[in-house]
Design a protein around this ligand. Structure first.
Ligand code: NDP
Length: 279
């Protein structure tokens, strides 16, 4: 029987994960079936149980269930335990339910391998303190930046994250509207959902220098408001989060199947699809 996998969230209609995993499966010759499942907001655990009863072998978990997924795992990786979030569950026969978060490693692979950036010794600004930011702080600090500053509209949430990860490296929290006195950053990462709503963050222009790189975790056919803002203020390079999406999926695929798919052709394929959908 073909092994079954799925992405579970609410909403889920927009998810590109089925398309990504279908490409990974074709490329690696793995016989898997990967679906998108809409779980009721108050019915995630029951939906997971039903999926397992039907022979499900693994799940990707997305908004708003990443924290609940953490509670369903019997065995968590240290990074998932600290982040308090799981985006990958594995149900292998005879094994405890395994949970991990691959968002952070996905971002790192995109920044370092795909974009060729060096993070060591760099000043990094992370905008946002929601689930996406939480999942990337540990891997970013492991890359040994000179400083990581978390800036959030609600300062208390950034401060909470800074306390949680304080022992891992040079980390500081600030309110988004208190960045006036900050020096320019080498790498600016937007982990807020502002771009999804088409909103431009009110950021001081001097945060961007001529060699800065600006990265928006949101991906789109056209540059996001954050990418446009950074480009207009002279950033050397801007990128969206499509590469992160494919890279985190590749890590999940590896956790399930023990095989590493090549990501570059899949990113190129999805990029072309996005462009065609806009044309
Ligand atoms: P959350 O809802 O958990 O957090 C949203 C964050 O955005 C909060 O920090 C919130 O601030 C901030 N925010 C929202 N609107 C505004 C605004 N108008 N001005 C300033 N700040 C704002 O979302 P997630 O962390 O789960 O996701 C964030 C983004 O990352 C999403 O757009 C998602 O699509 C993307 N993402 C991309 C991935 C990829 O693979 N490319 C993977 C995961 C996420 P406050 O705390 O003040 O409310």
């Amino acid at each position: 029987m073909t092994d079954r996998y799925a992405v579970m969230g609410n909403p889920i209609g927009h998810s590109r994960s089925p398309a990504i995993h279908a490409r990974f499966a074709a490329q690696t010759g793995q016989a898997i079936d990967y679906a998108a499942i809409l779980a009721p907001v108050a019915g995630f655990a029951a939906a997971v149980a039903a999926f397992r009863e039907q022979g499900g072998r693994g799940l990707n978990v997305t908004v708003p269930f990443k924290q609940e997924a953490c509670a369903l795992a019997d065995e968590l990786t240290p990074r998932a335990r600290r982040a308090g979030a799981v985006n990958t569950l594995r149900f292998a026969p005879g094994e405890p339910v395994f949970g991990d978060t691959t968002d952070g490693v996905g971002l790192l692979h995109d920044l370092q391998r795909n974009l060729g950036l060096t993070l060591a010794g760099r000043r990094i600004l992370l905008l946002g303190a929601g689930g996406a930011a939480r999942g990337v702080i540990e891997p970013l600090l492991e890359a040994a930046p000179a400083e990581l500053v978390i800036a959030n509209r609600t300062a208390a949430r950034a401060e909470q994250l800074a306390r949680l990860f304080a022992d891992l490296g040079p980390l500081r929290a600030t309110a988004l509207d208190a960045l006036d006195g900050a020096a320019a950053f080498d790498i600016l990462i937007n982990a807020t959902s502002a771009s999804l709503a088409g909103t431009t963050l009110a950021l001081p222009a001097h945060l961007v220098a001529a060699d800065s790189v600006a990265y928006d975790m949101v991906y789109a056919a056209r540059p996001t408001p954050f990418m446009r803002w950074a480009g207009e203020h002279g950033a050397a390079r801007v990128a969206d989060g499509l590469g992160m999406l494919v890279e985190q999926a590749a890590e999940s695929f590896f956790l399930w199947r023990g095989v590493r798919p090549r990501t570059a052709p899949v990113i190129a394929d999805l990029r072309a699809q996005l462009a065609a959908s806009y044309a």
